[in-house]
Design a protein around this ligand. Structure first.
Ligand SMILES: NC(=O)c1ccc[n+]([C@@H]2O[C@H](COP(=O)([O-])OP(=O)(O)OC[C@H]3O[C@@H](n4cnc5c(N)ncnc54)[C@H](OP(=O)(O)O)[C@@H]3O)[C@@H](O)[C@H]2O)c1
Length: 340
């Protein structure tokens, strides 16, 4: 099978590294082109990157050369899909340009998330919104598909099965790891032995995005807290439904929550509940198959029509690059790109 050629832009950042790791042996995509900031052009990836992931860098990516950002060269080298891990302000210029030049852009940046014709896609929860790319002009033109903010990704996955019971209110408090702020992120003076109960713009994003992704309009109350751990975001959630469910019904809904098409990046059980005490924890962030793609739930409680639970999402994998790759897989499958 001929793999589809892809570019990773922002390949040296926290999210970019996950793209490089997850794409190193991908069955459908091969990385043809990688970029970072201008100072790294022509440097070898393995020598210039500050590798953050808790396992070794794949040997096949060490010797890759960082390319200069050039639309023309990307076209000449046959790139079709662009995975974007750029900061929002840089993405705001680069992503429309890439789209206008016919590329299929899968982005982690918030720059274009709130455009009416740009989906915030999570294949398990709102696959129908992928067809918005046709409003952007596909197949004649390129498009941008975004994925959710990392906290929203975990929240949407864990509450999507309950949409049919009527979601009236969502109250959530997040405990977010430092990798969520990118590299180098926060000063060690600020975050060592400390929690910071404010992450600029984050609470607003979660409220806006959960409503767009699930097409619901509940009351949403959010507190976001930065905590001194490296990977994974925990969230303590209270969900108020129109109907009262038993704890068994809640567990069954998570057990039966599947994504229909079995994409390479979709776990068999995308939301896994465990009744084990004190689970989940951030030290489990890279558990699961594919690693980091499972959303874990635990600490289940109920009070009348409210259900309470704790979830863990890997902010860099399911909440970022892994989710983006899964979105590209959903696109390739729906529009049968591998068969053309
Ligand atoms: N971290 C998360 O958990 C997470 C989750 C979901 C979404 N996101 C979003 O994903 C994007 C990437 O986040 P991150 O955490 O990976 O950030 P990061 O660690 O700061 O990485 C940013 C990347 O963009 C490159 N870059 C920066 N300025 C550039 C410029 N002017 N021109 C070209 N390249 C430039 C950097 O290259 P250098 O290394 O050379 O500076 C690096 O490769 C952001 O939009 C973020 O909001 C992040």
């Amino acid at each position: 099978m001929n793999k589809i050629k892809a570019a990773v832009i922002g390949a040296t950042g926290a999210v970019g590294q996950v793209f490089m790791w997850r794409l190193a042996n991908h069955p459908w995509f091969e990385v043809e082109y990688i970029t970072a900031s201008a100072a790294r052009v022509n440097h070898l990836y393995g020598s210039t990157v500050h590798w953050l992931l808790p396992f070794e860098m794949p040997s096949s990516i060490r010797g890759r050369v960082i390319d200069e950002f050039s639309i023309e060269t990307m076209k000449e080298r046959g790139v079709k899909i662009v995975f974007s891990a750029l900061p929002a302000n840089v993405a705001a210029e680069a992503e429309p340009l890439l789209r206008d030049n016919g590329f299929f852009v899968f982005s982690n940046a918030s720059a274009m998330r709130y455009y009416d014709d740009v989906p915030i896609l999570i294949p398990e929860t709102n696959i129908e919104t992928l067809s918005l790319i046709e409003q952007q002009g596909y197949p004649e033109k390129g498009f941008v598909v975004t994925n959710a903010n990392c906290v929203t990704a975990g929240l949407a996955m864990s509450i999507a099965p309950f949409k049919k019971y009527g979601i009236k209110e969502i109250a959530v408090c997040s405990y977010q790891s430092v990798s969520g702020a990118g590299y180098p992120g926060l000063s060690s003076f600020d975050i060592t032995d400390n929690c910071i109960p404010f992450i600029k713009g984050e609470e607003e994003k979660i409220e806006k995005e959960i409503k767009k992704i699930l097409s619901i309009d509940p009351l949403v109350d959010v507190y976001c807290v930065r905590v001194p751990v490296m990977f994974g975001h925990l969230e303590a959630v209270w969900l108020t439904l129109e109907e009262e469910l038993s704890l068994e019904q809640v567990k069954d809904e998570w057990d039966n929550f599947k994504e229909a098409s079995h994409l390479p990046s979709t776990p068999i059980n995308p939301v896994l509940y465990s009744a084990v005490d004190a689970f989940p924890q951030q030290k489990h962030a890279f558990w699961g198959e594919p690693q980091g793609m499972v959303v874990y739930t635990g600490r289940l409680k109920k009070r009348a029509n409210k259900i309470g639970f704790v979830l863990l999402v890997n902010n860099l994998v399911k909440g970022a690059a892994g989710g983006s790759i899964q979105n590209a897989e959903a696109f390739v499958e729906k529009y049968k790109l591998l068969e053309n």
